[in-house]
Ligand binder design. Sequence first.
Ligand SMILES: Cc1ncc(C[n+]2csc(CCOP(=O)(O)OP(=O)(O)O)c2C)c(N)n1
Ligand SMILES: [Mg+2]
Length: 322
Amino acid sequence: MPLLTAAQRLELYYWMRLTRTFDDAMVDYWKQGRGVGGTFSQRGHEAISVGSAYALAAGDFIAPMHRDLGAYLVRGMEPGRIFGNLLGRAVGVSAGRDANLHGMGDLNLGIAGFVSHLPQSLGVAVGAAMAFTLRRQTYVALTYTGDGASSSGMFHEALNLAALENAPVIVIVENNQYAYSTPLAQQMRNPNIAARAAAYGMPGVVVDGNDVDAVYAVTQEAVARARAGGGPTLIEAKTMRMRGHAIHDGAEYVPADLLAAWEARDPVLTYGERLLEAGVTDTVELEEIGQRCAVEIAAAIAFAESAPLPDPATVTQGVYAA
Ligand SMILES: Cc1ncc(C[n+]2csc(CCOP(=O)(O)OP(=O)(O)O)c2C)c(N)n1
Ligand SMILES: [Mg+2]
């Protein structure tokens, strides 16, 4: 694996910090009753979404799920467009058609809209990967799903087809220990989701989902294999959902000591500490990055707030019917 340069590691830190800053601002906004509908906190998932997306190249494709804000940002979606989407504004990615993370696709950026029905995005990603092969292109598709969704039918169908077709696709399961209020042990017997890969005849890798360097490394390896014609990989990134399922959920059912143990392993804070220890940066520079993120997110929110709702006359645009 190519070692990341100091500059690249600082970039990883920046993207995680930007994701965290967006998330904190979003959660505050919703708790003040200013948001529309529900919203999903990304807290705890930053290293997975950022580290994996960072391993892709131009032309590659992602099909994200609802805790992949970092991947949208790394792949070039501006925070203002995303916040605009959350507020249902005309400048939002879906132009106000969806005030959430669904439908936030932009094919110009190689991002599929998130399919709400879990884990249907896997089928989209496998299809995209098969298309790359048919067109003799060396791009890869990367998709994400949750521990709960990994017990759903489409997960098995998609992975089986991906293996059979040797599709250049990487499937990342974000094992955050819970699917809504259901802990992993209450929905599957095997504690390692990556073990399921053997059933389809593909490599299955477990990675520490709070370690962005590690997530980058395993994804980069899987991407290189897929690009070289070596087929799909299943990656299980173990982490913890640090907030409720969505903004309305206080998650009282999660044991406090479990949360505390994961809090000590916060992916953003521990990465900052690691970079300091490695002499890659100093506290002044980390603080500057934090300030930069705060300014960018404040500007994104101001941009979204000042944008109009969609013009009702455009309501039929982007609507497809047979
Ligand atoms: C087919 C389907 N059933 C139910 C839901 C409602 N739902 C949305 S997220 C979620 C929990 C998913 O848990 P997991 O896959 O572990 O992802 P996480 O939210 O923990 O990141 C559920 C049940 C859905 N979106 N799709
Ligand atoms: Mg989960």
